[in-house]
Design a protein around this ligand. Sequence first.
Ligand SMILES: Cc1ncc(COP(=O)(O)O)c(C=O)c1O
Length: 389
Amino acid sequence: MSIVGAMSFVSSRAQVEPFRVMQILGRALARDDAILLCVGQPASPAPAPVITGAHTYLDTHTLGYTATLGIPELREAIADWHSRTYNVRTEAKNVVVTTGSSGGFVALFLAALEHGDSIAMTRPGYPAYRNALKALGANVVDVVCGADTRFQPTVDKLEKLNPTPRAVIVTSPDNPTGTIIDPEELARIAKWCEENECLLISDEIYHGITYGRQCVTAHQFSPNAAVVGSLSKYFSMTGWRLGWLIVPDHLVEPLENLEANLALCPPAISQYAALHAFGQDARAELEGHVAKYAAARDVLLRELPSLGLGRFAPPDGGFYLWVDVSHLTENSELWCQHILDTTGVALAPGTDFDPVDGKKFVRISFCVEPEQVSEAVRRLKKVMVDTTT
Ligand SMILES: Cc1ncc(COP(=O)(O)O)c(C=O)c1O
């Protein structure tokens, strides 16, 4: 029998950054008293009708593979929800159900873009776009966005890019900043994309979680945009791993062929159960969660300035605050570790979201009970006088 020596099979495409939020989470979970303001995961379970539905389907269905693009009833339900919410005409044939929006992004990148294409995303921005795109061989182009544009891209910024990107990702409400793009600017970007043969990818996974501002879908401005949605956030179903793409006709078959080979189908039990996520009962429960996020947000908006953490753009939606801590530390990773060690409050260092300036920022998630946020503030107050690292 031959002895095979230790060989290394790590590809260069696997050399992506770790998700540091998960490292902080790991350390936090090792404590009994941790308050998790580091992850973007609703503390609530799926709506009751979804859970009841899941039990029923478990008892009555074989739950084998489903159609690759998703079960027709769910594609229909998503199209209907999208049409009603935004007063647009979205058809089930353009809906592709995916394994979380994360699975949808990878499939979409593969279906629409060539190796080496330039893709524009905001910095700060959601790190998995950057890392997944890099692994797929794309050229990620940063659109640096600050408080002046409320961390959202503008046509002016896109015009300055050279070469013109093949795709632009707009995230609204945004992660990590919680800002919502102005409808007029999204309309301008959609038009610019049409004129420049650039695919507009609109990440709308935080839609439904807003605080007094409305979200618009990119489909209101362009039938050619790719819209990305998810059951993870508003619908409080992170671990059920369901998301969707709404794409123009020409992308449906390529996505079907790719997904058939990459994933076969999205999780069956989640799809059947998710049929119950769009009804009135679920809606009432989900609006209750949004009310709690709003209360938690109010606590932070009121209290953070008194902790010396007053430099942020008030979030219009989602459940994050992007806070400038550059006056307290030169390294938000060390600072977050220090805060976790001394208070049990887990915050996310900004380095995941901004590889250049992220050490100056932290992201605070507030998708927990408002009381937990109050308790976090109480603990932070105790140590904030003495935390400069
Ligand atoms: C902006 C954004 N897009 C996409 C995702 C992926 O979410 P999921 O795969 O659970 O739909 C996340 C997760 O936090 C996110 O913040």
